[in-house]
Design a protein around this ligand. Structure first.
Ligand SMILES: Cc1ncc(COP(=O)(O)O)c(C=O)c1O
Length: 346
């Protein structure tokens, strides 16, 4: 396909190997627990993250929402980053669907909560207050340039949770990108979280689905929440077959996407009127914006990229551009994007 789609890694379509595996997948009714391919995917995700069990859900949003619902009861509170996906981009689901109070706190330049603030905001046992129950993290951190947060932070967060009797949920939509960028096994991050939600349909190329991992008891509760949220599927092995390839193979090549993101960021830094700090690009998300003296605005540039060059770019609401590399973005496509922007901004 000629189009260069940099809006997100969610636009990545399944590989030929995935399509083949999907066509031949052994299936059953997953609501009865009978789908061998779903069961294999769940077991693989649990094994790779060092957890007891896994649960295949429809999306990253649903992975976070079933996790919150499994950890928290009505009136319990979860502490989250104010710019995290859970707080900012899940339609207020925790409050609406599960009666969970969500307390958003500031994050630093790479998406970490201030841990002194976290300690301060864990509630005393007071009838005026919600009951603090859960601390949430995200890695890589989407709104902070896809930053890969080092594990020390999660170790400290875990310690606070243990000291205060809380649980930790990690939105690991792109946890394999984070682990790749940090040069560590995903288990090293996973060990500090009680539950993790891992997207298969972003940089890992599956057509749909996320897998949540945790203890058997947690997954038992999450399964009920999945049912309540309408996410229990039947012959879902057709999707899980692609997810198995995501975990086994696609997790091993994310360094290529990161290299392409760096190439894009370095190239952008040499184009007049563009503001970018390539040193902030850890993973596959590239954020940049325009200098004040740029001859065109973001919307005009986005339209010209699309109409003249068949290039789609994300995030043009006056707050900058987002370009995301993924399996289908080759080095050649990165270079074509750079040359299109050079032409437009000449
Ligand atoms: C960090 C993060 N968490 C969760 C999600 C939700 O995933 P989905 O779009 O599959 O619901 C996204 C989606 O982009 C994300 O970036």
């Amino acid at each position: 396909m000629k189009k260069i789609d940099l809006r997100s890694d969610t636009v990545s379509w399944p590989t030929p190997q995935m399509r083949e595996a999907m066509a031949t997948a052994e299936v059953g009714d997953d609501v009865y627990g009978d789908d061998p391919t779903v069961n294999a995917l769940q077991a693989l995700a649990a094994e790779m993250t060092g957890k007891e069990a896994g649960l295949f859900v429809t999306s990253g949003t649903q992975g976070n929402q079933v996790s919150l619902a499994a950890h928290c009861g009505r009136g319990d509170e979860a502490i989250v980053g104010f710019d995290s996906h859970i707080f900012n981009a899940e339609a207020g689901g925790a409050g609406i669907m599960s009666s969970i109070a969500v307390l958003p706190l500031q994050t630093d330049g790479i998406g970490r909560l201030d841990l002194d603030q976290v300690k301060k905001f864990i509630r005393p046992d007071d009838p005026h207050k919600p009951t603090s129950r859960l601390l949430c993290g995200e890695n890589s951190y989407g709104t902070k340039n896809g930053a890969a947060i080092p594990v020390d932070y999660f170790k400290d967060l875990r310690q606070i949770a243990d000291d205060r009797g809380l649980s930790v949920h990690l939105d690991g939509a792109r946890i394999f990108n984070a682990a790749t960028a940090l040069g560590i096994d995903v288990k090293e991050i996973a060990q500090y979280a009680d539950s993790i939600s891992i997207c298969l349909s972003k940089g890992l190329c599956a057509p749909a689905g996320t897998v949540v991992v945790g203890t058997e008891a947690f997954i038992h509760k999450a399964n009920r929440a999945r049912k309540m949220l309408g996410g229990s599927m039947r012959q879902a092995g057709i999707l899980a077959a692609a997810g198995i390839i995501s975990l086994k193979d696609m997790t091993k090549r994310l360094d290529v996407d990161h290299k392409h993101a760096k190439r894009l960021a370095n190239g952008l830094s040499n184009i007049p009127y563009i503001n970018i700090d390539p040193s902030k690009v850890d993973t596959n998300l590239v954020f940049f914006n325009l200098k004040d003296n740029a001859p065109l605005n973001e919307t005009e540039i986005t339209h010209r990229l699309k109409n003249e060059f068949d290039i789609l770019m994300g995030g043009t609401y006056g707050s900058g551009f987002r370009a995301v590399t993924h399996y289908w973005i080759t080095e050649e496509k990165v270079d074509k994007t750079l040359s299109a922007l050079k032409t437009i901004l000449n």
